[in-house]
Ligand binder design. Structure first.
Ligand code: ZN
Length: 212
């Protein structure tokens, strides 16, 4: 059994959506200063790094992150690798990707992964993400979860969070900020668990793929 960690490290280095805070871990009690134990405080946005969007992200009557069923977040997933020439994920690109018909959790590896090889992770608005057609394509297939390898599933030029809304209406949970470098196309078991934060609109996750 091989386990792939597909989560980004939750550090100040992460790109965050303009206006959102950078994660901060600060030591509030330190053995070096005579304390009995090291204790830190973590300040983090609910959409920092590898995270999932709860329906409450988009609408006031949407489910918070702690209400998303665990059987959505754990189970079979298909990793598809789109060619580097794909700059927007379209229905056409998904159709051409040979995604098995029984896929309910889809993780999309794109040219975004090159960004994680750069020393500078500052936010780039030029990332690969889904257009409306791709969201419709996924919505029509009865999927429960879709993941992508940059901090939004939707292009920066899209307005009104249309892609997010289309996925939400179809009951598809987006996982954003995956690190799929080194993961080959194929079927895995996904475990993607958010912090149990009652009432939160999203939460960082530790996501892993298990190859059995
Ligand atoms: Zn998000």
């Amino acid at each position: 059994m091989k386990i792939y960690d597909i989560s980004l490290p939750l550090t100040e280095r992460l790109p965050v959506w303009p206006g959102e805070p950078k994660p901060q871990l600060s030591r509030i009690s330190s053995i070096e200063d005579g304390a009995d134990a090291n204790v830190s405080e973590l300040r983090v946005g609910t959409h920092a790094g590898t995270h999932l969007d709860a329906p409450l992200h988009l609408r006031m009557d949407g489910q918070p992150v702690d209400a998303i069923p665990l059987d959505t977040l754990i189970g079979d997933a298909w990793v598809c690798r789109l060619p580097g020439s794909v700059t927007t994920v379209t229905a056409e690109a998904l159709e051409a990707a040979g995604i098995p018909g029984d896929t309910t959790r889809l993780l999309i590896a794109t040219a975004n992964e090159q960004l994680w090889n750069q020393p500078d992770w500052s936010y780039s608005e030029d990332y690969v993400a889904l257009n409306d057609d791709a969201a419709r394509w996924i919505a029509a297939r009865g999927m429960v979860l879709v993941g992508i390898d940059y901090i939004s599933i939707e292009t920066s030029s899209s307005s009104g969070m249309r892609v997010h809304h289309m996925l939400d209406e179809a009951g598809v949970v987006p996982v954003e900020g995956l690190d799929l470098r080194g993961v080959a196309e194929g079927r895995y078991r996904l475990v993607c668990l958010p912090l149990k934060l009652p009432g939160a609109d999203g939460a960082p996750v530790r996501a892993v793929l298990i190859e059995e």
